[in-house]
Design a protein around this ligand. Structure first.
Ligand SMILES: N[C@@H](CCC(=O)N[C@@H](CS)C(=O)NCC(=O)O)C(=O)O
Length: 327
Protein backbone atom coordinates (compact mmCIF):
# COMPACT_ATOMS: atom_id res chain seq x y z
CA UNK A 1 0.00 0.00 0.00
CA UNK A 2 1.36 3.40 -0.87
CA UNK A 3 0.80 6.55 -2.84
CA UNK A 4 2.22 8.81 -5.54
CA UNK A 5 3.97 12.10 -4.75
CA UNK A 6 4.70 14.20 -7.85
CA UNK A 7 4.47 11.06 -9.93
CA UNK A 8 6.88 9.03 -7.74
CA UNK A 9 5.63 5.93 -5.91
CA UNK A 10 6.10 5.83 -2.10
CA UNK A 11 5.29 2.75 -0.04
CA UNK A 12 3.46 4.11 3.02
CA UNK A 13 0.41 2.89 4.95
CA UNK A 14 -2.51 5.21 5.85
CA UNK A 15 -1.54 8.00 8.22
CA UNK A 16 -3.82 7.72 11.27
CA UNK A 17 -1.42 9.44 13.71
CA UNK A 18 -2.63 12.92 12.88
CA UNK A 19 -6.29 11.90 13.38
CA UNK A 20 -6.18 10.14 16.76
CA UNK A 21 -6.21 6.68 15.19
CA UNK A 22 -9.13 7.37 12.85
CA UNK A 23 -9.11 6.42 9.16
CA UNK A 24 -9.92 9.35 6.85
CA UNK A 25 -10.62 8.51 3.21
CA UNK A 26 -9.21 11.04 0.76
CA UNK A 27 -11.36 12.43 -2.05
CA UNK A 28 -10.97 11.15 -5.61
CA UNK A 29 -9.21 13.62 -7.93
CA UNK A 30 -10.35 12.77 -11.47
CA UNK A 31 -13.94 13.97 -11.62
CA UNK A 32 -14.90 14.30 -15.29
CA UNK A 33 -18.13 12.85 -16.64
CA UNK A 34 -19.01 10.86 -19.73
CA UNK A 35 -22.21 12.35 -21.15
CA UNK A 36 -24.40 11.42 -24.13
CA UNK A 37 -23.27 14.44 -26.17
CA UNK A 38 -19.85 15.11 -24.65
CA UNK A 39 -20.89 18.24 -22.78
CA UNK A 40 -19.46 18.75 -19.31
CA UNK A 41 -21.12 16.97 -16.39
CA UNK A 42 -21.59 18.24 -12.82
CA UNK A 43 -17.79 18.51 -12.42
CA UNK A 44 -14.64 18.41 -14.53
CA UNK A 45 -14.41 19.30 -18.22
CA UNK A 46 -16.26 18.46 -21.41
CA UNK A 47 -15.06 16.18 -24.21
CA UNK A 48 -16.04 12.73 -22.90
CA UNK A 49 -18.85 11.65 -25.22
CA UNK A 50 -20.47 8.26 -24.73
CA UNK A 51 -19.14 6.06 -27.53
CA UNK A 52 -18.98 2.30 -27.86
CA UNK A 53 -15.45 0.91 -27.36
CA UNK A 54 -13.93 4.21 -26.26
CA UNK A 55 -13.71 3.63 -22.49
CA UNK A 56 -11.99 1.06 -20.29
CA UNK A 57 -12.59 0.22 -16.66
CA UNK A 58 -9.86 -0.87 -14.24
CA UNK A 59 -11.28 -2.70 -11.25
CA UNK A 60 -10.45 -4.94 -8.35
CA UNK A 61 -13.00 -7.72 -7.81
CA UNK A 62 -12.27 -7.40 -4.09
CA UNK A 63 -13.10 -3.72 -3.86
CA UNK A 64 -16.65 -2.70 -2.92
CA UNK A 65 -16.32 0.67 -4.69
CA UNK A 66 -15.11 -0.86 -7.95
CA UNK A 67 -17.77 -3.54 -7.58
CA UNK A 68 -20.51 -0.91 -7.92
CA UNK A 69 -19.22 0.02 -11.36
CA UNK A 70 -19.06 -3.60 -12.52
CA UNK A 71 -22.66 -4.14 -11.40
CA UNK A 72 -23.85 -1.08 -13.34
CA UNK A 73 -21.92 -2.24 -16.39
CA UNK A 74 -23.99 -5.46 -16.24
CA UNK A 75 -27.34 -3.90 -15.33
CA UNK A 76 -27.04 -1.34 -18.12
CA UNK A 77 -25.85 -3.79 -20.83
CA UNK A 78 -22.52 -2.03 -21.18
CA UNK A 79 -20.22 -5.03 -21.29
CA UNK A 80 -19.99 -4.97 -25.09
CA UNK A 81 -19.18 -1.25 -25.00
CA UNK A 82 -16.82 -0.78 -22.04
CA UNK A 83 -13.86 -3.14 -21.67
CA UNK A 84 -12.42 -4.17 -18.29
CA UNK A 85 -9.10 -5.13 -16.70
CA UNK A 86 -8.98 -6.77 -13.28
CA UNK A 87 -6.04 -6.20 -10.91
CA UNK A 88 -4.44 -8.87 -8.74
CA UNK A 89 -6.09 -9.12 -5.29
CA UNK A 90 -2.77 -8.69 -3.44
CA UNK A 91 -2.17 -5.01 -2.84
CA UNK A 92 1.34 -4.88 -1.32
CA UNK A 93 4.34 -2.55 -1.46
CA UNK A 94 3.73 -1.53 -5.10
CA UNK A 95 -0.02 -1.06 -4.61
CA UNK A 96 -2.41 -2.68 -7.07
CA UNK A 97 -0.60 -4.78 -9.68
CA UNK A 98 -1.55 -6.35 -12.98
CA UNK A 99 -0.06 -9.71 -12.18
CA UNK A 100 -2.46 -12.30 -13.60
CA UNK A 101 -3.90 -15.13 -11.53
CA UNK A 102 -6.19 -18.11 -12.13
CA UNK A 103 -9.10 -16.54 -10.26
CA UNK A 104 -9.97 -13.54 -12.42
CA UNK A 105 -6.97 -11.16 -12.48
CA UNK A 106 -6.60 -10.36 -16.19
CA UNK A 107 -3.47 -8.20 -16.37
CA UNK A 108 -3.65 -4.78 -17.99
CA UNK A 109 -5.38 -5.76 -21.22
CA UNK A 110 -5.32 -2.19 -22.53
CA UNK A 111 -1.99 -0.48 -21.82
CA UNK A 112 0.06 -3.48 -20.73
CA UNK A 113 1.29 -1.79 -17.54
CA UNK A 114 2.63 -3.64 -14.52
CA UNK A 115 1.15 -1.44 -11.77
CA UNK A 116 -2.01 0.63 -11.38
CA UNK A 117 0.07 3.65 -10.35
CA UNK A 118 1.41 3.71 -13.93
CA UNK A 119 -2.14 4.30 -15.18
CA UNK A 120 -2.33 7.39 -13.00
CA UNK A 121 1.07 8.71 -14.15
CA UNK A 122 0.18 8.06 -17.78
CA UNK A 123 -2.76 10.42 -17.27
CA UNK A 124 -0.77 12.87 -15.15
CA UNK A 125 3.02 12.39 -14.82
CA UNK A 126 3.02 14.61 -11.71
CA UNK A 127 0.03 13.00 -9.97
CA UNK A 128 0.07 13.11 -6.17
CA UNK A 129 -2.38 11.01 -4.20
CA UNK A 130 -3.63 7.52 -3.58
CA UNK A 131 -3.86 5.05 -6.39
CA UNK A 132 -7.35 3.64 -6.09
CA UNK A 133 -9.70 1.55 -8.17
CA UNK A 134 -12.05 1.89 -9.97
CA UNK A 135 -10.38 3.90 -12.74
CA UNK A 136 -12.41 4.84 -15.81
CA UNK A 137 -10.02 5.37 -18.71
CA UNK A 138 -10.55 7.20 -22.01
CA UNK A 139 -8.70 5.44 -24.84
CA UNK A 140 -9.11 8.47 -27.12
CA UNK A 141 -7.58 11.16 -24.90
CA UNK A 142 -5.33 8.72 -23.03
CA UNK A 143 -6.45 9.93 -19.65
CA UNK A 144 -8.52 9.10 -16.59
CA UNK A 145 -12.12 10.25 -16.87
CA UNK A 146 -12.97 9.49 -13.27
CA UNK A 147 -11.78 7.53 -10.25
CA UNK A 148 -14.94 8.12 -8.21
CA UNK A 149 -17.29 5.14 -8.20
CA UNK A 150 -20.39 7.04 -7.06
CA UNK A 151 -20.09 9.24 -10.16
CA UNK A 152 -19.10 6.46 -12.56
CA UNK A 153 -22.33 4.58 -11.73
CA UNK A 154 -24.37 7.69 -12.50
CA UNK A 155 -22.62 8.03 -15.86
CA UNK A 156 -23.34 4.39 -16.62
CA UNK A 157 -26.93 4.84 -15.50
CA UNK A 158 -27.75 7.29 -18.30
CA UNK A 159 -24.98 8.36 -20.69
CA UNK A 160 -24.99 5.28 -22.93
CA UNK A 161 -28.77 4.77 -23.14
CA UNK A 162 -28.84 5.93 -26.76
CA UNK A 163 -26.22 3.30 -27.66
CA UNK A 164 -27.54 0.34 -25.67
CA UNK A 165 -31.27 1.09 -25.76
CA UNK A 166 -31.29 0.12 -22.08
CA UNK A 167 -33.25 2.85 -20.31
CA UNK A 168 -33.48 1.25 -16.86
CA UNK A 169 -33.11 4.12 -14.41
CA UNK A 170 -31.54 3.54 -11.01
CA UNK A 171 -31.42 7.24 -10.17
CA UNK A 172 -34.92 8.43 -11.04
CA UNK A 173 -35.56 12.16 -10.88
CA UNK A 174 -38.46 11.88 -8.42
CA UNK A 175 -36.43 9.82 -5.91
CA UNK A 176 -33.15 11.71 -6.02
CA UNK A 177 -33.66 13.55 -2.77
CA UNK A 178 -34.51 10.51 -0.62
CA UNK A 179 -31.79 8.51 -2.38
CA UNK A 180 -29.20 11.15 -1.48
CA UNK A 181 -30.37 11.14 2.15
CA UNK A 182 -30.13 7.38 2.51
CA UNK A 183 -26.82 7.23 0.56
CA UNK A 184 -25.30 9.77 2.90
CA UNK A 185 -26.09 7.77 6.03
CA UNK A 186 -25.12 4.44 4.47
CA UNK A 187 -21.85 5.83 3.06
CA UNK A 188 -20.61 7.18 6.39
CA UNK A 189 -21.90 4.46 8.71
CA UNK A 190 -21.81 1.33 6.55
CA UNK A 191 -19.79 1.54 3.27
CA UNK A 192 -17.01 3.57 4.82
CA UNK A 193 -18.08 2.65 8.37
CA UNK A 194 -16.63 -0.86 8.07
CA UNK A 195 -13.29 0.63 6.93
CA UNK A 196 -13.32 3.06 9.87
CA UNK A 197 -13.68 0.06 12.19
CA UNK A 198 -11.05 -2.03 10.42
CA UNK A 199 -8.41 0.66 9.91
CA UNK A 200 -8.82 2.28 13.34
CA UNK A 201 -5.57 2.32 15.29
CA UNK A 202 -7.07 3.42 18.60
CA UNK A 203 -9.88 1.97 20.74
CA UNK A 204 -11.62 5.30 20.65
CA UNK A 205 -11.66 5.51 16.85
CA UNK A 206 -12.99 1.94 16.64
CA UNK A 207 -15.71 2.58 19.24
CA UNK A 208 -16.74 5.74 17.43
CA UNK A 209 -17.26 3.79 14.20
CA UNK A 210 -18.62 0.43 15.33
CA UNK A 211 -21.73 1.58 17.21
CA UNK A 212 -23.14 3.78 14.42
CA UNK A 213 -22.46 0.91 11.98
CA UNK A 214 -24.67 -1.50 13.93
CA UNK A 215 -27.26 1.16 14.71
CA UNK A 216 -27.60 1.72 10.98
CA UNK A 217 -27.78 -2.01 10.22
CA UNK A 218 -30.55 -2.31 12.85
CA UNK A 219 -32.36 0.60 11.21
CA UNK A 220 -31.98 -1.01 7.77
CA UNK A 221 -33.28 -4.32 9.10
CA UNK A 222 -36.40 -2.56 10.29
CA UNK A 223 -36.82 -0.63 7.02
CA UNK A 224 -36.40 -3.77 4.95
CA UNK A 225 -38.96 -5.63 7.06
CA UNK A 226 -41.50 -3.16 5.68
CA UNK A 227 -40.20 -2.49 2.17
CA UNK A 228 -38.62 -4.68 -0.45
CA UNK A 229 -35.95 -2.08 -1.33
CA UNK A 230 -34.58 1.06 0.30
CA UNK A 231 -36.88 3.28 -1.77
CA UNK A 232 -39.95 1.03 -1.42
CA UNK A 233 -40.83 -1.15 -4.38
CA UNK A 234 -38.17 0.05 -6.81
CA UNK A 235 -34.50 -0.91 -6.96
CA UNK A 236 -32.25 2.15 -7.10
CA UNK A 237 -28.56 2.97 -6.93
CA UNK A 238 -28.94 3.17 -3.13
CA UNK A 239 -29.52 -0.60 -3.03
CA UNK A 240 -26.53 -1.40 -5.22
CA UNK A 241 -24.28 0.85 -3.17
CA UNK A 242 -25.35 -0.96 -0.01
CA UNK A 243 -25.16 -4.41 -1.60
CA UNK A 244 -21.40 -4.36 -2.28
CA UNK A 245 -20.71 -3.84 1.43
CA UNK A 246 -23.28 -6.38 2.63
CA UNK A 247 -22.02 -9.13 0.35
CA UNK A 248 -18.55 -8.74 1.93
CA UNK A 249 -19.82 -8.46 5.48
CA UNK A 250 -19.64 -12.03 6.77
CA UNK A 251 -16.66 -13.21 4.67
CA UNK A 252 -14.47 -10.20 5.55
CA UNK A 253 -15.76 -7.32 7.64
CA UNK A 254 -17.12 -9.40 10.50
CA UNK A 255 -13.73 -10.93 11.34
CA UNK A 256 -11.00 -8.93 9.61
CA UNK A 257 -12.47 -5.47 10.34
CA UNK A 258 -13.92 -6.48 13.76
CA UNK A 259 -17.49 -5.62 12.75
CA UNK A 260 -18.62 -8.50 14.89
CA UNK A 261 -21.55 -7.43 17.02
CA UNK A 262 -23.71 -9.42 14.58
CA UNK A 263 -23.34 -11.18 11.26
CA UNK A 264 -25.34 -10.34 8.14
CA UNK A 265 -27.10 -13.69 8.47
CA UNK A 266 -28.36 -12.67 11.93
CA UNK A 267 -30.56 -10.06 10.25
CA UNK A 268 -33.34 -12.01 8.47
CA UNK A 269 -34.50 -9.14 6.26
CA UNK A 270 -31.08 -7.75 5.38
CA UNK A 271 -29.83 -11.25 4.59
CA UNK A 272 -32.80 -12.07 2.33
CA UNK A 273 -32.51 -8.64 0.67
CA UNK A 274 -28.80 -9.19 -0.01
CA UNK A 275 -29.57 -12.61 -1.50
CA UNK A 276 -32.21 -11.10 -3.75
CA UNK A 277 -29.71 -8.58 -5.09
CA UNK A 278 -27.06 -11.29 -5.44
CA UNK A 279 -29.52 -13.38 -7.50
CA UNK A 280 -30.44 -10.43 -9.76
CA UNK A 281 -29.63 -11.30 -13.40
CA UNK A 282 -25.99 -10.50 -14.14
CA UNK A 283 -24.98 -9.74 -10.55
CA UNK A 284 -23.66 -13.07 -9.18
CA UNK A 285 -21.01 -13.13 -11.93
CA UNK A 286 -19.61 -9.83 -10.60
CA UNK A 287 -19.06 -11.32 -7.11
CA UNK A 288 -15.71 -13.07 -6.67
CA UNK A 289 -15.28 -14.42 -3.14
CA UNK A 290 -11.76 -15.70 -3.89
CA UNK A 291 -10.52 -12.19 -4.58
CA UNK A 292 -12.62 -10.68 -1.78
CA UNK A 293 -11.27 -12.95 0.97
CA UNK A 294 -7.74 -13.00 -0.40
CA UNK A 295 -7.35 -9.26 -0.88
CA UNK A 296 -8.23 -8.06 2.59
CA UNK A 297 -6.58 -10.79 4.62
CA UNK A 298 -3.44 -10.93 2.51
CA UNK A 299 -2.91 -7.23 1.82
CA UNK A 300 -3.54 -5.62 5.20
CA UNK A 301 -0.52 -6.87 7.08
CA UNK A 302 -0.98 -4.26 9.81
CA UNK A 303 -4.24 -6.06 10.68
CA UNK A 304 -3.34 -9.65 9.76
CA UNK A 305 0.48 -9.86 9.84
CA UNK A 306 0.71 -13.59 9.16
CA UNK A 307 -1.54 -13.34 6.13
CA UNK A 308 -3.53 -16.40 7.14
CA UNK A 309 -6.76 -16.72 5.17
CA UNK A 310 -9.71 -17.78 7.36
CA UNK A 311 -11.83 -20.79 6.45
CA UNK A 312 -15.15 -18.88 6.74
CA UNK A 313 -18.61 -20.49 6.94
CA UNK A 314 -20.26 -21.32 3.62
CA UNK A 315 -23.16 -18.97 2.97
CA UNK A 316 -26.11 -20.12 0.88
CA UNK A 317 -26.35 -17.26 -1.58
CA UNK A 318 -28.77 -19.13 -3.82
CA UNK A 319 -31.38 -19.89 -1.12
CA UNK A 320 -34.81 -18.53 -2.17
CA UNK A 321 -35.09 -14.96 -0.90
CA UNK A 322 -38.88 -14.80 -0.64
CA UNK A 323 -38.88 -11.03 -1.10
CA UNK A 324 -41.33 -11.14 -4.03
CA UNK A 325 -44.22 -10.97 -1.54
CA UNK A 326 -43.20 -7.53 -0.25
CA UNK A 327 -44.43 -4.14 -1.40
N1 LIG B 1 -13.74 7.22 -3.65
C1 LIG B 1 -13.26 6.08 -4.27
C2 LIG B 1 -12.63 5.12 -3.30
C3 LIG B 1 -12.02 3.92 -3.98
C4 LIG B 1 -11.09 3.15 -3.04
O1 LIG B 1 -10.77 3.59 -1.93
N2 LIG B 1 -10.63 1.97 -3.50
C5 LIG B 1 -9.72 1.17 -2.69
C6 LIG B 1 -9.94 -0.31 -2.90
S1 LIG B 1 -11.32 -0.94 -2.04
C7 LIG B 1 -8.30 1.40 -3.14
O2 LIG B 1 -8.02 1.30 -4.32
N3 LIG B 1 -7.42 1.72 -2.18
C8 LIG B 1 -6.02 1.90 -2.42
C9 LIG B 1 -5.43 2.95 -1.53
O3 LIG B 1 -6.17 3.59 -0.78
O4 LIG B 1 -4.23 3.14 -1.61
C10 LIG B 1 -14.42 5.47 -5.02
O5 LIG B 1 -15.49 5.23 -4.44
O6 LIG B 1 -14.26 5.25 -6.21
Amino acid sequence: MGLLVDGIWHDTWYDTKSTGGAFKRSAAQFRNWITADGSAGPSGRDGFKAESGRYHLYVSLACPWAHRTLIFRELKDLSAHISVSVVNPDMLDKGWTFEKDDHGATGDTLLGKEFAHQIYTTADPKYSGRVTVPILWDKQQNTVVSNESSEIIRMFNAAFDGITGNTLDFWPEELREPIETVNERIYHQVNNGVYKCGFATSQDAYDTAVHPLFDTLDWLEDLLSQHRYLMGNRVTEADWRLFTTLVRFDPVYHLHFKCNKKRLIDYPNLWAYTRELYQWPGVAQTVNFDHIVRHYHYSHDTINPHRILPVNPVLEWDLPHGRDQMV
